[in-house]
Structure formats: structure tokens, C-alpha cells
Design a protein around this ligand. Sequence first.
Ligand SMILES: [Zn+2]
Length: 474
Amino acid sequence: MLKIYNALTKQKEEFKSIETGKIGMYVCGPTVYDHCHLGHGRGYVSMDVIRKYLEYTGYEVRYIMNYTDVGHLVNDAEVGEDKIQVKAKNEQVDPMEIVEKYITSSKEDFDALNIKPANFFPRPTQYVAQIIKFIEGLIEKGFAYEVNGSVYFSVEKFPEYGKLSGRKTEDLLSGARIEVNNEKKNPLDFALWINAPKEHLLKWKSPWGEEGYPGWHIECSVMSCDLLGQTTFDIHGGGNENIFPHNENEVAQSEAYLGEKMANYWVLWNMVNVEGVKMSKSLGNFTTIKDALAKYEPSVIRLWIISSHYRSVINYNPDSLEQAKINLQSISSWIGKLNSITLEEGVENIDISSFKKEFDEAMNDDFNTPVALSVIYKLITEANKKQLSKTDASSVLALWEKWNKVLGLRIETDSQNDIPENIQELLKERELARKEKDFAEADRIRDILTKKGFAIEDSGDGTKITIQNPNTKI
Ligand SMILES: [Zn+2]
């Protein structure tokens, strides 16, 4: 039974999907005005492992991650210029050039870290019409009001405001700074739509004034609603640093609009620290994913990330990355060793099912990857001590491959690319024969391949060929 820590209820809860076998998942993506740093890498790798584990357990996951390309102001408290616009002005280019450049950059980083692409990557600039419609809906329902071409969400109309972040409106009010924006009826109200000053580069005609642009939070409500069925969805992911105001405001907007819960489970990752201080762009102590990739193999970084639980703080220091490097090497040499086992009769065997059970238990406990990895390390120690038969070794390898669909580590071992071209050709001919149901021909080719020292394994995912022993003659 899968249990997830729900940031909304502050407890671990049994996971139940709304629709049997299917999950809708929305994850707050980056604002694309710079390269992603390791804090982002940590978050999106964590979400990727969670998504892949849900798929491993049989769910079909519809995974959405947005790219914020307008409306995120320099100061999260709705003060200052748009982050992307500042960069565009500095570089004297169009804001969309900045956006395209950093979306491309983040996709390169995500590919390197083996993060499966989202099913959709929506962006607010492509959603302006829906955003306007959504805001009109909030005004009609009495949750929002217009002043001088801007529209604000009225926090007092949503009594549950603060339920996600655990903040009370009274405390927020007493702690509120003297409001710079006197258009708001209540200092806690937040912008859904902002009337654009002349110099603002990205703006659209709206029903409320000349031209304006969406506030930062509204995009996630509108796009999750549009892409996940206009109703409550299963999982909302994000970084816990954005729980207030961003996620809290999403909840208020969506629930006011829908008249029901936004998401059943809020899954929020923790930050990366550098020498005890949070890694962030604004503090200037960040390492971009690209900088880290120049020093370490992508799978070392991925293993370093998943060696901590997603809700714990990770420390970025050379020692922890070196440890991940060593652990990755041990996994890789173990797999190499398993692949080279030729023993027909093993002396001992391994109770694979108990390891699988332990791995699943760890992952079912709020996706506890460090414990799941310890199960793998235990299996490595045990397998290395024993004299396994080839059949046992391949069952261990099959289990590893299943697990690694979740972990997503790229391990350098005998890959299909190491198979010589003439052998690959024979394999293709055999595939063709199988497709045409000419099994006699398929068997004939299999015999040739076996004689040459290759092992052929047919499964639902296609045919796998491996070198049977290191002295294979081509
Ligand atoms: Zn968001």
C-alpha cells in the first residue's frame, strides 16, 4: 500500500487515485530566465522518480510541468519588474528569445539527468485567453475585483486561505509590510492580472484596461485545470520554498473557481544547501546543472539526489558527490559481473522476492529512495558473495532493470551498441521473420547467433541480445 506525505494535511496518507489506474500530476516548473541550478535538478529528479515509481506500480500518469514565461516578478511579493523582461532588457533581445534559450537549456539538463519529459509543458503566454476567462469567472463568483485595469483575488472571500502553508491570515496581516500597492482592499490580496505600464514588453488586451499581463500564480491554476480535467486532480508537486505565497494562492484560485479541492495530495521537495545555506539564484551561491555536469557524470548527480529522501535537505559538497560516484561504480561493476556469469549450475541462490518486497516497501513509504537504495546495496553484497548460476544472475539482472526504470541510472555495461554490425543485421532479419510469423526462419537465425556466442531473449518489449561470454567470437 502506497503512503504519501501530504503537505496539505501534514501527514502520511494512503494513496488513492481519483480514477482507477490513472493519475493526474501537475508540477510547478521553473521561470525560464536563466539556466537551471542543482536546486531545480533535485526537485525535478525527485518528481521524475515519483512519477516512474507510480508507473512501475501500474498507473498511467499524465504529467504536466509548466514553464513560467511571463508574470514572475523580481520580488515574489508582486513588486519589481518581470524577471524575464529584466534579462531581455539587459541582453537587448526580445523576452521570447530569453524564454526559448532557457527552455532549451533546461530540456538539455533534464535529458542529461534522464528525466522523462512531461506529457505537456504549458506556458502562460500560450494561455492568455484561458487565463482571462478564468479570472472573469472568479470576478463573477465574487472572489476577485478589478481596480485600474488590474484584478486582485480577495483573500477574505476564501476563508480557508492559509490551509496549505499553515499560515493564519491574522498573523500574515500583522506581519504585512506597509503596502506599496494601495489598490488592494486587503494587503493580503494578490494580483491575478496586472495592468501593464508602458515599458512592459509582454502585454495583452484585456476586458479590464488597455493592456496587462497575468500575475505569477494564476497560470498554474488555469493550466492544471485545463489539462487535468477541470476538476480535482491527484498530485500537485513543487518545491516547498514556494508553498507561500505561490502554492497557497494556487489553492485559493482553483478552489474558488472549481468549488472543490484543487489537488488531493501535495508533494513538495526540499532544498539543496551549500555550506548550511539554501542554494538559490538570489543568494548567488548556486551551481548550475551544466556546471555540475562538467564535473560529474549525469548518473552520479542523479544518484546523489536520490540518495536523500525528497523531503530532506541535501548538502552539495564534494564528499557527498564522491560517495555517489563510488556507489555508482559498485553498481556498474556488479552488473558487469552478473552479465559475465556463465556457470550452468549455481552453488547458491538468492531469494529475489524478499528483496523486491523490501524495495517496494521502502518506495511505498513516501518514496523513500535512500532506503530503497540500501536494499539494492544489500543485494549487491549478497550476490557478490555467492556463486550464482547464469539463470539466477539473469533473474537478479531482470529485477535490477525493473528497479532501474524507477531510479533512472544510466549504467555503462554491455549495451546493444557493443553488438557488432553484422550481428545487429542478423537480429533485424530475425525480427522481420518473427513479424511475418516465419518461426522456422527466426529459429534458424537464433541458432546461428547462439553458435556465435550471443544470448537471445524475446519479451513483450522486443528482443534483447547479449554477449554470452567475454571471449565471444564474431
Ligand atoms: Zn505553480
